[in-house]
Ligand binder design. Structure first.
Ligand SMILES: [Zn+2]
Ligand SMILES: [Zn+2]
Length: 198
């Protein structure tokens, strides 16, 4: 199984590399690569009234790209699209990310992961830690993991950034066992899971 990371819009390469390395450590049977292509944000995603981007067309674009890559390589893959704009889903003020569960497509937004967003001092290390947790979480969904009740597990639902900070960049024992079980055989109905706050 290959995991690919790619940018929708522009993201600093060094952040992508940090996320890539952590994903490879978290999913040791997978190879994680950064795709050189930078995809354009789908125009229809922007909502000028909310000044935010709807997640659905972004996830759809990620899925289309995943299917194209699977067609070219002949192997199964999961794609993580990374955006640096504020995204939302229907009925939610914002989301940190969204994924098919299980499926091929996952997205995260870096927009609300910077301390500056909350009026705090810039902290690159904290920003990267948050990005890694969100990336692991959404890829976990793509492998069929649902939300975990353990507040320290990376699969715990984040209602706000404080909950992301509380989580560890690790799967709890239960989620890890489930992940190993799911990694071999990917099956089940595909639905999407959003990580958000109301
Ligand atoms: Zn867990
Ligand atoms: Zn989630």
């Amino acid at each position: 199984m290959e995991i690919y990371i790619f940018q929708i819009g522009s993201i600093e390469r060094k952040f992508l590399e940090r996320i890539r390395r952590s994903i490879e450590e978290a999913f040791p049977t997978c190879a994680c690569r950064i795709l050189e292509n930078i995809l354009q944000m789908p125009e229809e995603a922007y909502n000028p009234i909310r000044r935010q981007y709807k997640s659905e067309p972004i996830l759809k674009k990620t899925l289309d790209y995943a299917l194209k890559i699977e067609g070219e390589t002949g192997g199964p893959c999961i794609l993580l699209g990374i955006v640096d704009v504020d995204i939302y889903a229907h009925g939610m003020n914002f989301i940190f990310g969204e994924a098919q569960c299980p499926g091929r497509a996952a997205i995260i937004s870096l927009y609300r992961l910077r301390p500056e967003f909350y009026g705090e001092q810039p902290n690159e290390q904290l920003f990267i830690e948050r990005s890694i947790k969100e990336a692991m979480h959404e890829i976990g969904h793509a492998f069929g993991l649902v939300h975990c009740s353990n507040p320290l597990c990376v699969m715990h639902f984040s209602l706000h950034i404080g909950m992301t900070d509380r989580k560890q960049p690790e799967f709890c024992g239960n989620c890890l066992a489930e992940l190993k079980h799911n990694m071999g055989k990917r099956k089940g109905l595909i639905h999407t899971i959003e990580d958000a706050s109301f």
